[in-house]
Design a protein around this ligand. Structure first.
Ligand code: NAP
Ligand code: G4F
Length: 342
């Protein structure tokens, strides 16, 4: 029988790849979207169909993690087999500007959704998008047993979501899991995250549209993987017999300067000729080094990351160069179908 999934954050990087994956596996997919004054569905327009077509399997619903009543109503109506909670205010630097809002979406939003599942009496499997930012100042390599030491309002909010997910698993016997994902990127990455900012700037410098790139801390080390591989890991966490928590990572760390080097070199440029320091991008407290140990996911989920940072940088730079050439975004191959919003 056809499985039904609900994805929050479907308009984001991971949500769009996960929706593609689930549709390819034959799922009926329901996505939660926020009402905005401009369209925020760019990343999923290419998979959206007319909702009146008999073979449509992607449905979008207005909702927000700040609106628990609406979540409970949607859970009852959709009655999903699997719920993927990917929605969040996901930018670490922004969380210092908006700590309270980050807490109510990225943190308390998760309990609103879990409580909606519980109150609706839905028997489903639940995935929580937890983050390596929870490890913060704990030195690498970090795995499922590493103590949390968050260094931002975002990291603190994710620790709350992690523990409330475990609590619902233990208190109510829910099949609720945490995927503790290290940084994962793609051409669909938001433009203010450092890898995409670099890739986009390389494309624009190459095209003669700009001549400098302003960055903050170049020494921070991250374990950067490729987003399409990570959504496969999310799905696998909900297919095993017992609920558990897993780290997904490549196991290799590179500095921001390294990533800039890979990206500029791919375009035949020397990064030091273009990158400038801007104090404004430095965070009040920084996470110096995140390098994950994905052994558990490899052993129990048969999951591993293949794409590493040098190749990832090349994929992202190529996509941004192509997007500039066709004045669009690289993942859109069909005209926008916006009938759901009318
Ligand atoms: P993203 O591109 O920033 O997407 C975030 C999504 O959440 C968007 O669809 C956004 O909707 C939605 N959203 C934000 N606030 C919401 C609210 N109050 N109610 C409902 N939806 C809301 O993030 P991502 O990179 O795909 O990451 C997905 C999840 O994984 C996030 O929870 C993130 O914190 C977590 N995570 C990401 C990484 C990573 O490296 N990418 C690593 C670890 C964990 P709009 O389009 O309307 O803004
Ligand atoms: O790309 P970033 O903003 O990602 P960050 O802070 O690691 O967070 C991302 O990964 C987390 C998983 O570990 C997710 F949970 C989270 O949702 C998000 O997806 O910054 C990476 C590093 C930081 O050390 C930052 O200080 O790059 C450094 N950096 C240097 N210059 C910069 C810049 N970051 C940004 N965004 N912009 C800069 O100009």
């Amino acid at each position: 029988m056809k499985k039904v999934a609900l994805v929050t954050g479907i308009t984001g990087q991971d949500g769009s790849y996960l929706a593609e994956l689930l549709l390819a596996k034959g799922y009926e997919v329901h996505g939660l979207i926020r009402r905005a004054s401009t369209f925020n569905t760019t990343r999923i327009e290419h998979i959206y169909q007319d909702p009146h077509c008999p073979d449509t399997r992607l449905f979008l619903h207005y909702g927000d993690l700040c609106d628990g009543g609406r979540l409970a109503m949607l859970l009852s109506k959709i009655n999903p087999d699997e719920v993927y909670n990917l929605a969040a205010q996901s930018h670490v630097r922004v969380s210092f500007e908006e700590p309270e809002y980050t807490g109510t979406t990225t943190g308390v939003g998760s309990v609103r959704l879990l409580e909606a599942v519980r109150l609706a009496g839905v028997s489903c499997r639940y995935y929580q998008a937890s983050s390596s930012e929870m490890f913060g100042a704990s030195p690498p390599p970090q795995n499922e047993l590493t103590p949390f030491y968050p260094r931002s309002p975002y990291g603190v909010a994710k620790v709350y979501s992690y523990w409330i997910t475990r609590n619902y698993r233990e208190a109510y016997g829910m099949f609720a899991v945490n995927g503790i994902l290290f940084n994962h990127e793609s051409p669909r990455r938001g433009e203010t995250f450092v890898t995409r900012k670099i890739a986009r700037s390389v494309a624009r410098i190459k095209a003669g549209l700009e001549s400098e790139l302003f960055l903050g801390n170049l020494d921070a080390v991250r374990d950067w993987g490729y987003a399409p591989e990570y959504v496969e890991g999310m799905w696998r966490m909900l297919q095993v017999d017992e609920p558990d928590d897993y780290v997904l990572a490549t196991g290799q760390g590179y500095s921001v300067a390294d990533f800039a080097g890979f990206a500029f070199e791919h375009a035949g440029l020397n990064w030091q000729d273009y990158v400038r320091f801007d104090e404004g991008y430095v965070r009040p407290t920084e996470v110096d080094s995140l390098i994950g140990d994905p052994t558990k996911a490899h052993q129990l989920l048969d999951w591993k990351a293949d794409v590493r940072a040098p190749e990832l940088a090349a994929i992202m730079v190529d996509a941004d160069i192509e997007a500039l050439g066709c004045s669009g975004t690289p993942w859109i191959d069909k005209p926008a179908l916006m009938s759901w919003a009318s």
